[in-house]
Design a protein around this ligand. Structure first.
Ligand SMILES: [Zn+2]
Length: 419
């Protein structure tokens, strides 16, 4: 398990007072592609190890199983795949992953460019068929993986995932699709699905972004800044559309809404005239994290931590579109069980009124969310001594360094207005 690592922005707590700062970046390999030694399969997959059921990460969400328009799969279109998900991992395997991960720094600009050129490309492999028939979406530059779709009317439904390699030829057991999503503009789509292999459960989202032949990933920004995909690597939200964070209060989060709202608002001033950033409480079930049109702050109640000594208070998987230099999706997961344990062995329950009465807890919560919002916007960690909410030095607000950091990624922007 030494491949496929990319830092999604994970924030660790080591206890009530001292913070042990470790990336988890999260290891890992595609189960489906296997951990090939071929560099072509690297860094296209983030798989977060969990103890227990990965479906806890989509609890209280509303999926959409209505398929994908067949028109997305026109035979002349190619797509890059990027995978994010959760898998039940035995503790001993996780220890190895963390060890491997701690040796990995953020990807460099060169490494990121390399990743971009090596991501697996997919293309429709078989001719459209009549209703009830199946069609295959297969990798173009890597023979390993095929996605088998069934057609019904103008829609395609993912039926299973297999491999063309003999040693990997299988159909995934207990395969179930939970959610399909298409980004506005149709340059990206995603499928969220789960399956089981023996006693391991998997919940994976496959994200596809449309290939553009021109390479727009260039290092045009100041490499003094450590962005999420490498120093100086531009990967940011489109400035043409507002970024509206949904604060999903289904479940227990409702009385923390204010802190989440504040964390989003903390970035509004530096982004004025650059990116429209808003937040909104959603009381009905939010779509799951794989949804490309909804960016959400999720509160995960039943995450069971995999480590004895380390805890992840929150993390952000961010999905890049390397051909457009755009972040196409990012969501924040706040992990309640970790919070309970991080703070005085559970004295301060997240749903306890003590939370609001305790300034330290409240400020740490704000700080975490403000930090995670920085990841959502495309910022990576700041470990060079600069005073930043993206450091691990108990900075709870957006500093003047952070203003320059985020403004480098989002230059002043004049929306194009209709004549
Ligand atoms: Zn972080």
């Amino acid at each position: 398990m030494d491949c496929c690592i990319l830092e999604p922005g994970i924030f660790y707590y080591g206890g009530p007072i001292v913070r042990v700062l470790l990336f988890l970046a999260v290891a890992v390999a595609s189960v489906l592609v296997g951990c090939s030694s071929d560099k072509g399969t690297q860094a296209q997959s983030i798989q977060i190890p969990v103890k227990g059921d990965p479906l806890t990460f989509v609890a209280n969400t509303a999926g959409d199983e209505s398929g994908l328009p067949a028109s997305l799969f026109a035979s002349d279109r190619e797509w890059l795949i990027y995978k994010v998900g959760f898998a039940t991992e035995p503790q001993e395997r996780v220890a190895d992953m963390v060890d491997a991960e701690s040796k990995n720094a953020a990807p460099t600009a060169e490494a990121t460019t390399e990743v971009k050129t090596q991501l697996t490309r997919f293309k429709m492999d078989s001719q459209p068929v009549a209703d009830g028939g199946s069609v295959v979406f297969a990798s173009v530059n890597n023979e390993d993986v095929i996605l088998q779709f069934k057609r019904s009317g103008q829609k395609l439904f993912l039926d299973n995932i297999g491999s063309t390699r003999e040693d990997l030829s299988f159909r995934l057991p207990e395969f179930r699709v939970h959610h399909y999503s298409i980004k506005q503009g149709q340059d990206a789509f995603s499928v969220l699905f789960s399956f089981k292999i023996e006693d391991r459960s998997f919940l994976l989202a496959y994200y596809f972004t449309a290939v553009k032949e021109t390479n727009v990933l260039t290092q045009t920004l100041s490499s003094a800044y450590n962005f999420l995909f490498g120093p100086g690597v531009k990967m940011a939200w489109s400035q043409e559309r507002p970024l509206n964070m949904k604060i999903c209060t289904q479940g227990t989060l409702s009385h923390y809404k204010d802190l989440a709202t504040k964390a989003v608002a903390a970035w509004k001033t530096p982004l004025r005239k650059r990116l429209s950033l808003t937040s909104q409480e959603v009381k009905t079930p939010c779509p799951p994290f794989s949804d490309l049109n909804t960016q959400t702050i999720f509160h995960v109640k039943d995450w069971v931590k995999v480590y004895d000594k380390m805890m992840a208070a929150a993390f952000v998987p961010a999905i890049p579109d390397f051909h457009r230099s755009e972040i196409v999706d990012a969501d924040i997961f706040v992990l309640e069980a970790e919070w309970n344990e991080a703070w005085s062995d559970g004295t301060y329950k997240m749903d306890d009124s003590l939370f609001y009465g305790h300034a330290d807890v409240q400020s740490a919560y704000s700080e975490t969310l403000t930090h995670e919002m920085g990841h959502v916007l495309g910022l990576h960690h700041v470990f060079d001594g600069n005073h930043s909410v993206m450091s691990y030095s108990n900075v709870s607000y957006v500093t003047s360094y952070d203003r320059g950091f985020v403004q480098e990624l989002y230059p002043e922007y004049e929306p194009v207005t209709a004549p």
